[in-house]
Design a protein around this ligand. Structure first.
Ligand code: PEP
Ligand code: MG
Length: 854
């Protein structure tokens, strides 16, 4: 038992907790302590200690004092709803702090006007502490002695031996319910949950998205980082476990004191009709398919083509780890040895992939971070296993980093998650998995979801196919897969998890299917078909460098979509007549900061050189939405796909855009590059970019004008293409986003992936409107979205008046060969008929009837 005095974390009017205008705090449900109505905008540490967690909304943070007291500092009342707006965290989870160190600063005007109250609470949230004295009902200065607390049983940190014994011997129960409150388990609902959990003698754990928390700890619950719609599993052990689980499930369902968001998922039991909307995670997954047990899994077409091969599983496994350890003497050396193994692996990876050595070096630096290790060792000393301690330390730091405004720190969150897994694997004694770059030829990768970084180092021709349980057909990983020419099927669902490693499979990217343990004759026929297609492609390549003219002589230009310098030479070999979309955001990935103007210029110049004089359409940075860039300080958004992305980011960060414009303007010979701007909704946005281009051109003393085009991805832009065409030199339709916005279907959501088809007549009608609008100014209309690579779409797009297709390089030779067989008249007729159908399926049937060979 110890006494410590906590310093005032803020200056202002100090008051007893009972006066706080929040019943959960006022009634002491969150913990014991006091409050301050602040007159300053900086929250400071009340003691020496370690930051246990900074809430993802940055309005609260918990510091653990050396005595073990966990002090929650909560700025304002009802501030979680600001979602971080107005708050800047200056510390991260696991960081050591001294009394008076700055923890969080906040914008008093913004927070004061938007929150219910600025009154801020300082409460000790773990059991066993009493307040000996408080300095309240007076003006207090930051750093003044504010409150003396006494005690320290550590009851929250782990169940008492008696409780653990009860838990071990008693019943267990588990139930999953959705969280239906807008801001997740923030202090107030967490306190209500803790109050219910504490009434139970056994253990109560809440699991959410592969993380778990002791339900008797407010800090642990807040640290789960839950959000609206999360599914919480309540697990209890000990006598009466079922009762406590049901009680807590009921409390969670009724909002734990917060208003329930109507329309958010209700508990599964009460809404059987809602089954289709349940996330894939709810699907029952059976045992692995046995050799010879033929199984057909249906997903969504992402990259067309067929492949025969053997599966290589790459599921990101969420490892559920045992909490209790075998003692400090055992667990600490285990953790240190595992860390050494991971460091050795990183050194090898850096040698194997020298181009990416910086990434592995950065990972080593993270592992060397003493604060991360200290946080894990502190838990080990408290009796936890090395796995549990490491997972908690890594996750707390990853979450805190992800929430930080400092872009460099935020960038490291994903690295930490990666390292969390690597160290857990090392602790399990298993061999670390190799990257996709190292797979044997003929592998068909099976994964929950492949990320762009997984594919970054894969040489063309190495992977035979990709199949994903989740993911959408237009994700960036799919775009990279298409560039590599790897047939890909997405959204196969969790049945994909039943496919064992090393199983023979046929992946049909044309039908969106994966056939597991197919009969021998089917394997043989598909191998023959794949070989025949490869031969035909070789044949088509022989003429692919020639201009593309339809059978009636109509000229159609076929360009390539590129993402990196190394794609360009291959695209030329495939027959690209230029690059119709350089997705520059790929140049901005895998970095700690934005590339400089010079670095960008060099990359663009190299691509221009590789295109040997062919036109190069460079799209300005298209980040935000499904392409976040961690070092760009964009606010967290509820619905980022409808928020700051594309040109909206460029106009908000003009220096970033201007540097890119200058880099493009410097490429020689002048006139080879065109600038294309993503996510244009109004002519004024393009006009603003044009002004920047003109200003930068003048500064560089470049006399030659440069063509400036608008991407048509927002339905409004298609509708007013005649107005946008007045400002743009050319238009290019991004069918991936246009389809997403027209059909109101998230392009990354596997549940709607099957219906997300750019050949929907609604999308086709907008394309026709865009073409008609552009015609009033005689502007060329290109298509650079995924449908430009879809042979079924080509005749329709051409029939609607599109004259340039920018496709993924791997399909260009075949696409040009097909277009050469088409006649404009037929294309117009079928396109006209397609506009009068009800569905994309009907459109595809029309195309298949008109061109049966497809
Ligand atoms: C599109 O939206 O169709 C497009 C080409 O852009 P991206 O896929 O990069 O968003
Ligand atoms: Mg787009």
């Amino acid at each position: 038992m110890t006494s410590i005095t906590l310093a005032a974390p803020l200056a202002g009017w100090a008051m007893p907790l009972t006066e706080v205008p929040d019943p959960a705090f006022a009634q002491g449900l969150v913990g014991t302590g006091m409050a301050i109505d602040p007159t300053v905008n900086e929250l400071r540490s009340p003691c020496d200690g370690v930051v246990l967690s900074v809430h993802r909304a940055r309005h609260a943070c918990t510091v653990r004092a050396a005595s073990g007291a966990e002090v929650l500092l909560h700025l304002g009342v009802d501030t979680v709803g600001l979602n971080g707006e107005g708050f800047t965290a200056h510390v991260q989870d696991g960081q050591s702090v001294k009394t008076g160190d700055r923890l969080i600063s906040f914008d008093m005007d913004l927070v004061g006007s938007r929150a219910q109250s600025l009154v801020s609470m300082m409460v000790v949230v773990n059991d066993g502490y009493t307040v000996d004295g408080q300095s309240v009902n007076r003006e207090i200065a930051a750093g003044d002695a504010a409150m003396t607390i006494h005690g320290g049983s550590g009851a929250d940190a782990a169940p008492t031996p008696a409780a653990a014994a009860t838990a071990d011997s008693g019943e267990t129960a588990e139930r999953t319910v959705p969280l239906r409150i807008a801001h997740g388990l923030h202090a107030r609902p967490a306190a209500a949950l803790v109050a219910a959990a504490k009434a139970h003698p056994g253990t109560v754990t809440i699991l959410c998205r592969d993380r778990s928390a002791n339900a008797k700890s407010v800090v642990a619950l807040m640290g789960l980082g839950t959000v609206l719609g999360d599914r919480l599993t309540i697990r209890a052990t000990g006598p009466g476990a079922q009762g406590v689980v049901d009680n807590i499930a009921g409390l969670i369902d009724s909002g734990l004191g917060d208003p329930v968001v109507e329309g958010a998922a209700a508990p599964a039991a009460s809404t059987p009709a809602a089954a289709p909307a349940q996330p894939a995670a709810e699907e029952e997954v059976g045992p692995p398919f046995a050799p010879g047990e033929e199984a057909l899994l249906k997903g969504t077409i992402a990259v067309p083509g067929q492949a025969v091969g053997t599966t290589v599983r790459r599921f990101r496994r969420s490892v559920r780890v045992a909490e209790q350890g075998a003692g400090e003497q055992v667990e600490e050396p285990r953790l240190r040895q595992a860390l050494d193994r991971v460091v050795a692996g990183l050194t090898q990876s850096a040698q194997r992939m020298p181009d990416h050595a910086a990434i592995f070096q950065a990972h080593r630096e993270i592992l060397d971070d003493p604060e991360l290790l200290d946080a894990a060792l502190a838990d080990i000393r408290a009796g936890k296993s090395a796995e549990w301690a490491w997972q908690r330390a890594a996750r707390m730091q990853a979450d805190a980093l992800a929430a930080l405004a400092d872009p460099r720190m935020a960038e490291r969150a994903a690295d930490l998650r990666d390292l969390e897994q690597q160290v857990l694997t090392a602790l399990s004694g298993k061999e670390p998995s190799v990257g996709l770059a190292d797979l044997p030829a003929g592998s068909i990768v099976l994964a929950d979801e492949i990320l762009p970084s997984d594919l970054a180092g894969v040489p063309a021709g190495r992977l035979a196919g990709i199949s994903m349980a989740h993911g959408g057909p237009t994700s960036h990983a799919v775009i990279l897969a298409a560039a590599l020419g790897v047939p890909t099927v997405v959204a196969l669902g969790r049945q994909a998890e039943r496919v064992p490693d090393g199983a023979p499979v046929v992946l049909d990217g044309n039908r969106g299917e994966l056939l597991v343990f197919p009969p021998e004759d089917m394997l043989a026929t598909t191998r023959t078909a794949v070989a025949a297609r490869a031969a035909r492609r070789e044949e088509n390549r022989r003429t692919s460098r020639e201009d593309c003219r339809m059978a009636d002589g109509t000229r159609i230009e076929v360009f390539a979509n590129l993402g990196r310098v190394s794609d360009a030479p291959g695209a030329v070999v495939e027959g690209a007549e230029g690059c119709g979309l350089l997705r520059t955001e790929f140049l901005f990935l895998e970095r700690q900061s934005a590339p400089t103007e010079d670095e960008q210029y060099q990359q663009y110049q190299q691509i221009a050189d590789a295109l040997e004089g062919r036109p190069l359409v460079i799209r300005t940075l298209d980040v935000g939405g499904d392409k976040p860039l961690s070092y760009l300080p964009l606010p967290k958004e509820e619905n980022p796909v409808l928020g700051l992305r594309g040109v909206r980011v460029g106009l908000r960060e003009p220096e970033l855009l201007r540097a890119q414009i200058r880099a493009i303007l410097r490429v020689k010979p002048a006139g080879i590059c065109r600038i294309m701007v993503p996510m244009i909704a109004s002519p004024s946005e393009l006009q603003a970019v044009r002004t920047m281009v003109d200003e930068e051109r003048a500064k560089l003393g470049r006399a030659e004008p440069i063509e400036l085009g608008a991407m048509i991805e927002v339905p409004a832009a298609a509708l007013i293409a005649d107005r946008i065409g007045a400002v743009a030199d050319f238009l290019s339709i991004g069918t991936n986003d246009l389809t997403q916005y027209v059909l109101a279907m998230d392009r990354g959501n596997p549940h709607v992936a099957a219906q997300l088809d750019a050949l929907h007549p609604g999308v086709l009608r907008l394309i026709r409107l865009a073409v008609m609008g552009a015609k009033t100014h005689d502007r060329v209309v290109a298509v650079c979205g995924g449908s430009a690579s879809d042979p079924m779409a080509a005749p329709l797009l051409i029939g609607l008046g599109v004259t340039e297709l920018s496709a993924t390089p791997a399909v260009i030779a075949d696409l040009k060969a097909f277009i050469r067989t088409l006649r404009l008249e037929d294309c117009r007729r079928v396109a006209e008929a397609a506009l009068g159908t009800d569905s994309a399926d009907e459109v595809r049937r029309l195309v298949a009837e008109a061109w049966p060979g497809l």
